[in-house]
Design a protein around this ligand. Structure first.
Ligand SMILES: Nc1ncnc2c1ncn2[C@@H]1O[C@H](COP(=O)(O)OP(=O)(O)O)[C@@H](O)[C@H]1O
Ligand SMILES: Nc1ccn([C@H]2C[C@H](O)[C@@H](COP(=O)(O)OP(=O)(O)O)O2)c(=O)n1
Length: 232
């Protein structure tokens, strides 16, 4: 690779609970790429802002605080686990994974100061090595020139069901009706914000995962990447 060629990036975007993390971790493991969970960064930033009690309307205070925040992502111990997030030196793992924190991250991720800081941090990752990046705007805004772009989708009912099973497996109490309401509300919030909304990049391959297993989705992505053909 020449010095001017950026490392390859695969982007996987889509709505809440569609399988982005699960699939991205597996794709990264298969290809030997680094996995970048951009949602984890938004979750950590939300926790950071709330802990400091910064007024989310105060753009200058937000910019100032975020300028020095440290958000590290440590590789997951296995392909079934989330990445470990270290916020200013503290492992914040489970603290940022609750449904309430998902909603808070979605709200605060609409703020320009939050988006510009995290986008810049994510683009730094792209300079360091081959990546599988997943989130809402990785194919549209963060890595618009990614080598391969995918957009996963499924109905809110299917996604809420998957999330309920996931939380249940972790031993957490779940109200599936409430989860569905939160999923729909979060989708709307993420899709309707003015900056970097959740939308399929025009050159991303749409994969409807509704009737597919995790392995089916993985196979579609690996086939495209290994064939060397652009999906768009
Ligand atoms: N195609 C699929 N079929 C069935 N379950 C899936 C599929 N993709 C993901 N899941 C499950 O759905 C849950 C949510 O997946 P996750 O990867 O956390 O979604 P996201 O990162 O998009 O929020 C996980 O328990 C995962 O195992
Ligand atoms: N690239 C990204 C990633 C996440 N976000 C925001 C919007 C999402 O609702 C929250 C949480 O994202 P995350 O990917 O962790 O959420 P899910 O795993 O899909 O439930 O962060 C974003 O605005 N841009």
């Amino acid at each position: 690779m020449s010095e001017t060629t950026p490392p390859p990036v695969i982007t996987i975007d889509g709505p809440a609970g569609v399988g982005k993390s699960t699939i991205s971790r597996k794709v990264a493991a298969r290809l030997g790429f680094t996995y970048l969970d951009t949602g984890a960064m938004y979750r950590a930033a939300a926790l950071f802002i709330d802990r400091l009690g910064i007024d989310s309307e105060d753009e200058t205070a937000l910019q100032h605080a975020l300028a020095t925040v440290s958000i590290e992502l440590l590789p997951a111990p296995d392909e079934f686990s989330d990445v470990e997030v270290v916020l200013n030196g503290e492992k914040v793992g489970a603290l940022i994974r609750s449904p309430a924190m998902s909603m808070r991250a979605s709200q605060l991720s609409a703020l320009p100061a939050v988006r510009s800081r995290l986008t810049a941090l994510q683009q730094e990752w792209g300079k360091r090595g081959a990546l599988v990046a997943e989130g809402r705007d990785t194919g549209t805004v963060v890595f618009p020139r990614a080598s391969y772009k995918f957009y996963l989708d499924a109905s809110p009912e299917i996604r809420a069901r998957r999330r309920a099973l996931q939380l249940h497996a972790k031993g957490e109490e779940v109200d599936e009706k409430k989860l569905l309401e939160m999923t729909i509300a979060r989708d709307r919030q993420d899709m309707e914000r003015p900056i970097a909304p959740l939308v399929r990049a025009t050159d991303a391959l749409l994969i409807d995962t509704s009737d597919k297993t995790i392995d089916d989705v993985l196979l579609v992505i690996l086939r495209v990447v290994e064939s060397g053909l652009q999906p768009g």
